[in-house]
Each structure stands twice: as structure tokens, then as C-alpha cells.
Design a protein. Structure first.
Length: 355
């Protein structure tokens, strides 16, 4: 079986043809209907995070099962069959190590992370910027209905699931209570929209007018009042200034959930421990998510999220180039920042470049 996939090789990204062996027991092949470029893809391509040789890129996507083991099932226990429309998580976990046993499957001792593995590592087709992705038995998968469009679902396996993990770390909702989200990238905007769905009064701060406009379209306020302390602050910017501002904006006894800084050593903050101690602050870090968070995020997309203009986060579809061609246009659009996510489709038919 041959698969076309975007591969990072010595700082250049081109579409390569990968030759796959026969599908092994428990594995699922998914034809990629749409994928999206995440910020971590840009970090990998730009050299800001380590990458193995010939990294197969992309970890957000929605697709259709093209082949599955007879015993393969999704998270709800439903058998997976060819023709099923699915979304999937960005990791495969063993389910048996000490971390998996503690509910930290996203930190599994033998984790495989889609979009961050080399083409030499089985199952080889481990990126969504491709026409096919091969899912291992340890990948959480969910069947999704046909009425939800590709742009609505494409970020289910990263930004949406991470936002759901932030809500899990935030604790029980307090309807009407104010919450502050710092950073209106995809994770921050999804966090704001989900917090709004819980009945919270959500404020978003971001220096970029375009990002603030997207947050407002999803029901958040961007006129953050001076001097207001928040029982919940979400730090989704990844900047040192954002983290410091999050600590400063939390009320006494409040909670700060930090999800933005994912590159060790890239950000440093001066922090007085007495500030946390005397104000009784709780600080929780969120990186990736559990299978339960993934299901929570998808349930939100198919529930309250269906009534929101989530397509505003995503560009019109851009075609994946043919084998041998560079993927420069896709990453140039993503770096340009006009859209929170650039959506890529493997077929050129009907695809167009965003204005």
C-alpha cells in the first residue's frame, strides 16, 4: 500500500510516497478527508522542537475508515467498519504502564505521537498531512456523524481535546462566574467557547485584533475590566508575560490553568513563591489530554459547539501537493496568521487557496 504524506527531511517539507506493509491486527487505516496545521507543526518545521529524521507531519484530522481489523472499536465500543467517518487522538498509549494506570496515557512510557514520528517507525503513516493515516490499537477513535463538516471537526484531536483537558483541570463550572483566557490562538478560543457553554462569563485577552474578533464571534468578551480578579484564569498564550499576567489576574483562592508553554527552556518567568502561598493559588499544567478529555471535546463539538461558527477558525481548504512537490504554500499560509488553522485536503478537486 502506498501513502502520500508530508515529510520533513533536513529542514525541507515535501510530499513523499511511503510504502506500508500489510495492516497488522488491531490497526485501522483512515483516508484523510481534511487535516489542519497546528502551531506545533510550525515549531517542528522551524526547528524550535526536536524532530526525528524524516518526520511525518500533521496530527489534526478527520477522515473515513478505509480498512479495519474486525475487532477494532471506537471509544464508545462501536465496531469500526470501512466507510465510518472518524476523528482520532494524536497519541497511541500502551494502557498498562504506571503512567497509563494513573490516567496519564498522554505521557505513556512507550507513547507514539502522531505528527511527531519518523517515517521509519511503524506504523510509518503517522501524520495527517497525508492521504492516509494508520492508527495503532492504542489510539482513541470516535465515529462522528456526516452532518458535522470537516472544518467543524478537523481540530478535534488536538486543539479541541486540549481545551477539554483545560476544562477538566479547571474543576466544576460556576455559572455566571468570570473566567479569563489569555491568548486567542486555537486552544484559547476553544477554551473560551467551552467555558461559555458552561455558563461562565468569559473574557479573552490577545494583542491581535483578528484573534479577538474570532473570540467575540464565539461569545467571549474582549473588554477585560481593569482590576477585576478572576476565580479561573487560563494561560494559553505560551508567553512569559502571559503566565505572569495569569498569576496576577487570579483572585485569592483562584485557579490558574497553564496550557500555552510547551517548549522547555523557551520561556522563563520570575516568580515569588510567597505570591502563590499567601494568596492560596492553585496552578495546574495541561499538556495534551486523556481519552476521556478527547471524548468530552468531541461531545461538545456535536452538542453545544454545533451552534457556534467554529468554521471561522479554519481556512478554506488547501490541496496537499503531489508526491515530490514541496509543501511551502501550506506552511507559509499557517505562518501568515490570517487563520487560526490552515485546513489541508489530499484531493485537489474543489480545493482553493484562502484569500
Amino acid at each position: 500500500m502506498r501513502v502520500s504524506a508530508a515529510v520533513l527531511d533536513r529542514a525541507a517539507v515535501r510530499v513523499e510516497e511511503l510504502v506500508l506493509p500489510e495492516r497488522a491486527a488491531g490497526q485501522v487505516d483512515v483516508r484523510v478527508d481534511a487535516a489542519a496545521v497546528c502551531g506545533s507543526d510550525l515549531h517542528t518545521v522551524g526547528g524550535a522542537r526536536p524532530a526525528p529524521p524524516r518526520t511525518v507531519l500533521g496530527h489534526e484530522g478527520v477522515g473515513t475508515v478505509s480498512g479495519a481489523d474486525p475487532d477494532a472499536r471506537d471509544l464508545r465500543g462501536t465496531p469500526l467498519r470501512p466507510g465510518d467517518r472518524v476523528v482520532f487522538a494524536l497519541f497511541s498509549a500502551c494502557g498498562t504502564c504506571d503512567r497509563c494506570a494513573r490516567g496519564l496515557e498522554m505521557k505513556c512510557r512507550t507513547i507514539l505521537k502522531y505528527g511527531h514520528e519518523g517515517a521509519a517507525r511503524p506504523p510509518h503513516a503517522t501524520g495527517t498531512l497525508a492521504d492516509t493515516v494508520r492508527l495503532l490499537p492504542g489510539v482513541p477513535v470516535l465515529r462522528v456523524p456526516g452532518w458535522a463538516g470537516d472544518a467543524h471537526l478537523v481540530s478535534a484531536g488536538c486543539a479541541v481535546a486540549t481545551a477539554a483537558a483545560v476544562l477538566s483541570a479547571a474543576g466544576p463550572a460556576e455559572p455566571g462566574a468570570p473566567a479569563l483566557v489569555l491568548g486567542a490562538g486555537a486552544v484559547g478560543v476553544y477554551c473560551a467557547a467551552m467555558l461559555r457553554s458552561e455558563g461562565r462569563q468569559v473574557f479573552v485577552h490577545d494583542p491581535a485584533p483578528g484573534r479577538r474578533a474570532v473570540a467575540e464571534r464565539l461569545g467571549a468578551r474582549t473588554d477585560v475590566p481593569d482590576g477585576l480578579d478572576f476565580p479561573l484564569v487560563v494561560e494559553a498564550s505560551g508567553s512569559a508575560a502571559g503566565f505572569s499576567a495569569a498569576i496576577g489576574a487570579a483572585e485569592t483562592g483562584g485557579r490558574v490553568v497553564a496550557a500555552g508553554a510547551v517548549s522547555p527552556g523557551a520561556t522563563e518567568v520570575r516568580l515569588d513563591p510567597a505570591d502563590l502561598v499567601t494568596r492560596r493559588l492553585t496552578v495546574a499544567g495541561v499538556h495534551n489530554y486523556t481519552a476521556r478529555d478527547f471524548q468530552r471535546g468531541v461531545d461538545w463539538l456535536l452538542g453545544p459547539g454545533q451552534f457556534l461558527d467554529l468554521e471561522a477558525l479554519v481556512s478554506p481548504p488547501v490541496p496537499l501537493p503531489a508526491p515530490g512537490e514541496p509543501v511551502d504554500e501550506v506552511f507559509a499560509l499557517a505562518r501568515g496568521g490570517a487563520h487560526l488553522r490552515v485546513m489541508v485536503t489530499p484531493a485537489k478537486a474543489g480545493a482553493r487557496s484562502p484569500a
